[in-house]
Design a protein around this ligand. Structure first.
Ligand SMILES: Nc1nc2c(ncn2[C@@H]2O[C@H](COP(=O)(O)OP(=O)(O)O)[C@@H](O)[C@H]2O)c(=O)[nH]1
Ligand SMILES: [Mg+2]
Length: 364
């Protein structure tokens, strides 16, 4: 597992629940002690007065988090079309992108441009089907609708468990374990419901068959009726995901914290490190310190803040990059800016008062 800080971008249509998912992820990771809410106006993201008033994200929300001791930056990107460029810049520098989807067949089309962009730029991405607490459509149908817009096969990793009208848990198709959701806490492990595999064996078979399309040895194994071990399946899932051959699909309800931990664990185990992202972008691993500006904020007190990912070496306060002095280095958690003195490869930080530097600049 890479130890360098990794970066995940949350994207998706306006109101699909990206800022709520950010909140759920921060809470699940222990970064925040309570679950903030977009509706109540106390979220880490959408902290600007404009965002709060309009209850929508008007700029990228940045949060640094630690999940099981791994450092991460989460970029919650605005979903509306006018800010598409901003989301694209973030997706390009991210190690992984999570596309937050609505659980509605008719809304699948709203992610088609994003999926095309991710596929064209070979960016590893996952789908998170949100709002399952109020969904009326079946996950199977939503998935089929989404598949029409994806170049890569979508690989469903969880099957929802229904209790009367509501979804109150899931079965993980690889670990074959069943869980019951608990608000604000890790899900409870429960016994598999009676007759589960009678109904869903086919769904698991489909998962393995999709992987076999990319591996002849696995295909042969299946033809000889030999089932791969769980470890082998995870290995294939990770490899194919990192090569952008498949798109894993996870389920949840961000405002209920459902699915946040499962998503974190997948990110932790399957997301490549920044060195892989650098190769994707054609950046050499060796050379002088380098960072890339992917978003510029103009803040009332701070002035210009160049949000940057460090690719090589260490970037420090006082460095002169592209002929401009770095006045300060800050780590971000929503509106909170924590001053620091330097940042190392993989990190996302704000560089202050680089007045002549614009979004897109590669700083050396
Ligand atoms: N019922 C339900 N509502 C949700 C869920 N996730 C988000 N919402 C609501 O959907 C609205 C938009 O959420 P927000 O996170 O701001 O979406 P964003 O525009 O993608 O950032 C808010 O009113 C949320 O409370 C969910 O899982 N279930
Ligand atoms: Mg938002």
């Amino acid at each position: 597992m890479p130890s360098a800080p990794r970066c995940v971008a949350l994207v998706g249509p306006y109101l699909s629940g990206k800022t709520s998912l950010l909140e759920a992820m921060l809470f699940a990771s222990g970064t925040t002690g309570r679950h903030g809410s977009v509706r109540d106006g106390n979220s880490v993201g959408d902290h600007s007065a404009e965002a709060r008033a309009r209850q929508m994200s008007t700029e990228i929300n940045v949060a640094n988090a630690t999940f099981l001791e791994d450092p991460w930056t989460i970029l919650d990107c605005p979903g509306n079309v006018e800010l598409l460029y901003e989301a694209q810049q973030a997706m390009l520098v991210a190690d992984v992108v999570v596309v937050v989807c609505e659980p509605e067949v008719e809304r699948a089309v709203t992610v088609s441009a994003l999926l095309r962009f991710l596929s064209r730029h070979q960016i590893p991405h996952m789908l998170y089907i949100n709002k399952l607490d109020t969904a009326s459509a079946r996950v199977r149908d939503v998935l089929a609708a989404l598949q029409a817009y994806s170049d890569q096969p979508l690989v469903l990793r969880q099957v929802p468990l229904r209790n009367a009208e509501t979804i109150d848990g899931y079965v993980d198709l690889v670990s074959e374990r069943a869980y019951h959701y608990r608000p604000g806490q890790a899900s409870d492990l429960i016994p598999l419901p009676d007759g589960f595999w009678d109904r869903e064996a086919e769904t698991r078979t489909q998962l393995v068959e999709k992987l076999a399309d990319f591996d002849d040895a696995l295909l042969e194994q299946l033809l000889e009726d030999v089932q791969p071990s769980k470890e082998e399946i995870y290995k294939h899932l990770t490899k194919d995901f990192q090569k952008n051959l498949i798109v894993p699909v996870f389920l949840g309800a961000a405002t209920q914290d459902h699915g946040a931990r499962r998503l974190w664990k997948a990110l932790r185990h399957e997301t490549p490190g920044p060195e892989v992202t650098m190769a994707r972008l054609g950046i050499k691993p060796e050379g002088e310190p380098m960072a890339q500006v992917f978003k510029t904020y103009h803040l009332p007190h701070t002035g210009k803040l160049s949000l940057s990912r460090v690719w090589r070496g260490t970037i420090s306060e006082g460095n002169v990059l592209n002929g401009v002095r770095v006045a300060g280095v800050v780590r971000l958690l929503g509106a909170q800016h924590e001053k620091t003195t330097s940042a190392k490869a993989g990190e996302v930080v704000g560089l202050t008062r680089m007045d002549e530097i614009n979004t897109g600049a590669v700083l050396t």
